[in-house]
Design a protein around this ligand. Sequence first.
Ligand SMILES: Cc1cc2nc3c(=O)[nH]c(=O)nc-3n(C[C@H](O)[C@H](O)[C@H](O)COP(=O)(O)O)c2cc1C
Length: 368
Amino acid sequence: MNKYLEKLFSPMTINKLEIPNRIVMAPMTRSKSPKGIPNDDVASYYQKRAKNDVGLIITEGTTVDTPNASDDVNIPTFHGKEALEGWGNVVNKVHSVGGLIFPQIWHQGTLRRADTTWNSDFPSWGPSGLALANKKVSEPMTVDEIEKTIDSFVKAIYSSKELGFDGAEIHGAHGYLLDQFFWHGTNIRDDDWGGISLNERTQFSTEIVKRARKAVGDDFPIIFRFSQWKQQDFSHKMASTSEELGLFLNNLSNAGVDCFHCSQRRFWNNEFDGSDLNLAGWTKKLTKKPSITVGSVGLTEDFIETFKGKESKPTDISNLLERLFLDEYDFVAIGRALISNPDWVSLVKNEEYDKIKIFTPKDLEVLI
Ligand SMILES: Cc1cc2nc3c(=O)[nH]c(=O)nc-3n(C[C@H](O)[C@H](O)[C@H](O)COP(=O)(O)O)c2cc1C
């Protein structure tokens, strides 16, 4: 094995948890959990990736206990007896083959399409009721609703520990609720939950992390996923300088985040002018905490193209590995390539790159 692959297959810790290699399965919504309950097919799907040596699995986004966290009854919830039992089965199956698994805890905020889901009459929540700047879909959240939502995240993270998950990831990315607090376009509040600086708008997420950390203790690993880009604005950079990014991240880090999952659509894009570092590179440098890079690893097309029906061909990963070798980031998350190739890790380990299959959007239709 060459030195780059040796690095990819070397262990690394998050908090006190040792992950056997640097490969993380990226969270991907599959909408295959009828009535919000992850069934045995869901458990087998994750078990298969664990059996095939994925170092750490982050589940698809699974939603907290407010009436309006989700816009699809087939997206698994993370509350209620049956859904939690389903998740318990997922954990057991993954652990039975030696895998590690974190749930991704999610609230869609004002991106929820109320007409397609449960509690259709219940309004969607967002800090200012905006889905994007000037697009009002509901009233701003009341302070009581904010407190209830924070509690729902804390409860979910606590439940993940009780169910035996190895840690939890908080979904703070892609324009959903937590990101709606970060973004000046969707958070125009002038109380403690808003403010003119990104630093001030981080308060909602830091409260979730602080209270969750208190609930689960010091040793339970917590990952925070964030992105500069929003579904509502792909080119947006909420932190326009590395200083601003540092303030934002260190609020979260000091609150108790152990590792940052830095969502880019193309991992190789540098984050700020004047440096080749990507988002995960800057994050590791600024926080001194482990970081995960993601975005078109080993694939030609950006994942957004998936939703326009485009397939993605396998590509070379030498640049990814060289940068990992230089410790720019600590982990690499693989999304679509792990859907079309449950055995992606062993194919890479054995350098059987020619056996890696193309990802096509059709692969999303079934859970295998
Ligand atoms: C079908 C699909 C569902 C996704 N669902 C989620 C999700 O639930 N939570 C999340 O944070 N990202 C989600 N993403 C984004 C992925 O985690 C990942 O960042 C993206 O696919 C880029 O990685 P890739 O290029 O290796 O696929 C999803 C992506 C796809 C293709």
